[in-house]
Design a protein around this ligand. Structure first.
Ligand SMILES: [Zn+2]
Length: 353
């Protein structure tokens, strides 16, 4: 069984002074690890410590405060944190992701909302009644995990409860993103999960489930979504839209949307071509799931047997679970056939007498 090499593995090897070129020949290299190797090669392989720099560049000014705040921290401390360069940087990230959501037509009107966890039970989130394409850092809000607003002049989004319930249920969730991308939402309206075993990016980065419809912003909606986030990072909300969470960053939560929306759009094109879709094999999917697991991304299929991976209905046209039939079932005769053979044999024997 081949091993999976992630970006973190390579960075650990560089820190330990090991040669990253001596990887097992059959190792599976994750896309970000491959980029890292390429970058090392471009730098002549010498700048080992410098190669890891882009991830941490500028970390001093924007690094998280040493003291972790909670909803119980004194108000002046919460205000100071909310107005710090660190928080400002996060607010700018929210504005940037909002512009991308709007630019790609994943949001309409004032729809969509985004949140970043900034402490044990506090988060910075987008405001209500502002288009995601035109938000400013000063529009952002600080809330506790019950949805009470702690700082910010604009009122927080009405759908924040869902984001907070995800963060409460899934401790790894550092950011959440909700929007209404048309192709994915089409699947959510039809109540159909996108098929699997077709495109690697979707298999590696997204784990999709469908939550039933409830009024947007209601605690029940948040509850139904939260029940799915231990094994799924991208939830189709029936008759509404999509919400995703990331264990890395708000940009990564947004990437789930791009990946899911591109996938659903591609599936719609495939379905119109008039030929059955070709799918990857179960062993090929198993390789992708190994990469997914090494990246810390949940999936209910981790640990399943290969033959269970691409089990299909009409919207899952992958390979079926091909368990060999029992030998006697193939060569044996059923009771009716045996009775018929016996009757014919008896008849022939009686005629020979
Ligand atoms: Zn919505």
């Amino acid at each position: 069984m081949s091993s999976v090499i992630s970006l973190r593995d390579l960075q650990d090897m560089v820190r330990a002074g090991q040669d990253v070129k001596k990887l097992p020949a059959d190792a599976l290299i994750t896309p970000s690890a491959r980029d890292f190797l390429h970058e090392l090669e471009m730098n002549g392989g010498a700048k080992t410590s410098g190669a890891a720099k882009p991830a941490t560049a500028g970390a001093d000014k924007f690094s998280a405060p040493a003291k972790k705040l909670t909803s119980k921290s004194p108000q002046p401390e919460l205000e100071a944190f909310f107005n710090s360069p660190y928080a400002h940087n996060l607010k700018e990230q929210l504005c940037d992701i909002g512009r991308r959501l709007w630019g790609r037509e994943y949001v309409d009107g004032n729809g969509g909302n985004i949140a970043i966890r900034v402490g044990e039970d506090i988060a910075i989130c987008t405001p209500t009644l502002v288009s995601k394409g035109f938000m400013k850092p000063e529009d952002m809000c600080l809330v506790d995990f019950d949805g009470n607003q702690l700082a910010g002049s604009k009122k927080r989004t009405s759908e924040i409860l869902m984001h907070l319930q995800i963060m409460k249920k899934q401790p790894k969730a550092v950011a959440t993103c909700h929007c209404h991308p048309p192709y994915s939402t089409g699947f959510a309206v039809a109540g159909v999960l996108p098929p699997t075993c077709m495109i690697p990016e979707f298999e590696v980065f997204a784990s999709v489930a469908i939550a039933p419809y409830r009024t947007p912003g209601s605690p029940e909606m948040g509850q139904l979504v939260a029940e799915l986030v231990d094994k799924h990072n991208t939830i189709l909300m029936a008759n509404h839209g999509v919400v995703s969470w990331s264990h890395n960053s708000v940009e990564d939560a947004y990437f789930k949307m791009e990946i899911l929306e591109a996938y659903c759009r591609t599936i719609m094109v495939t379905a119109q071509l008039g030929v059955p879709a070709k799918t990857m094999t179960a062993p090929q999917l198993q390789d992708l799931l190994k990469i997914k697991q090494s990246l810390g991304i949940p999936d209910p299929r981790h640990g399943l047997k290969e033959c269970e991976l691409c089990d299909n209905d009409e919207w899952r046209p992958g390979v079926s679970c091909q368990v060999p039939e029992k030998a006697e079932a193939v060569i044996g005769l059923d009771a009716d056939a045996e009775a018929a053979v016996k009757a014919i044999t008896d008849q022939i024997l009686s005629q020979m007498k």
